[in-house]
Design a protein around this ligand. Structure first.
Ligand SMILES: CC(C)(COP(=O)(O)OP(=O)(O)OC[C@H]1O[C@@H](n2cnc3c(N)ncnc32)[C@H](O)[C@@H]1OP(=O)(O)O)[C@@H](O)C(=O)NCCC(=O)NCCS
Length: 246
């Protein structure tokens, strides 16, 4: 019996996915400044994450995969991929309404982060990453990790998947779970001969290099003014299609 098994996630998996996120990012240096533990109550953060994950499960074209321990059944890690689709008129309308609501909220000073977050640091990081995507990602010809949402006009049925998130519970790290979740999507990218884009943390960088990504840029945010001893960093990486081992 294989030690781990990857399968599509359902709404029932959301609480486990929240736990996986909290464990995977517990010691993430950059996150400790965007979402400072002492200021963001854990229950507020959990609720925010659960909402995000549930919404993603309902978003056309997004697919979340969980990797379970085959014996205990526990969720060891998960990855979220985007599969571009042609939206129906009703779905387009829904998306327009959602985007307009988010814009309105932002105008009123309500940031899209959990209560207590360091909004300035979050903006520097998340809007900064968006700029890198605009610079490097060809949405019609690449896979990517966390690309900006595809424009309604450019979505095509023959486009390709994208990874939005990868995290593995600390208890299960170093056992091949991350590799399994990545290969699940990379096999498809390779079969289609597509490039893959990813925004790596310090923790993920080595694994991505091993799987064929190359560093093409770096996001570095000075966080000294919030007490940081070094910049907050994300590595912008690109991977050419290739043949992976099983
Ligand atoms: C980065 C992350 C997703 C990697 O997941 P993982 O399940 O630990 O990754 P793997 O086990 O597949 O690979 C990790 C290492 O174990 C090795 N490994 C893989 N299978 C293994 C096995 N069966 N036994 C022992 N080691 C194994 C890999 O070769 C890799 O080696 P490396 O340390 O030289 O890179 C995980 O550490 C994590 O969630 N980190 C925190 C959150 C984060 O930063 N996420 C990435 C966002 S971009």
């Amino acid at each position: 019996m294989a030690p781990f098994i990857v399968s599509p996630a359902s709404v029932d998996d959301v609480p486990d996915m929240v736990q996986v996120y909290n464990s995977a990012f517990e010691h993430n240096y950059f996150s400790s400044f965007t979402f400072p533990k002492e200021k963001v109550p854990q229950d507020i953060k959990n609720e925010w994450l659960a909402e995000k994950y549930t919404a993603a499960l309902r978003t056309p074209g997004m697919e979340t995969f969980v990797c379970r321990d085959n014996i205990s059944g526990e969720v060891a890690g998960f990855a979220r991929w985007g599969y571009p689709v042609v939206l129906t008129d009703a779905q387009k309308e829904e998306k327009r309404t959602r985007d307009a609501e988010a814009k309105q909220k932002r105008k009123k000073g309500i940031a899209p982060y959990p209560l207590g977050s360091n909004v300035e640091c979050c903006d520097a990081k998340f809007l900064g990453l968006e700029k890198f995507r605009d610079k490097h990602v060809d949405y019609e010809d690449m896979y990517g990790m966390k690309p900006r949402p595809l424009s309604l006009n450019t979505i095509r049925t023959d486009e390709h998947p994208v990874v939005y998130f990868l995290g593995v519970h600390q208890k299960y790290q170093g056992k091949g779970v991350g590799t399994l979740l990545l290969k699940n999507g990379l096999n498809l990218a390779d079969a289609q001969g597509r490039k893959t884009y990813i925004e790596a943390t310090d923790a993920g960088r080595r694994l991505y290099l091993k799987l064929g990504w190359e560093e093409i840029d770096v996001l570095r945010i000075d966080i000294q003014r919030w007490g940081g001893s070094k910049p907050g960093t994300n590595y912008i990486m690109m991977r050419d299609p290739q043949t992976l081992g099983a």
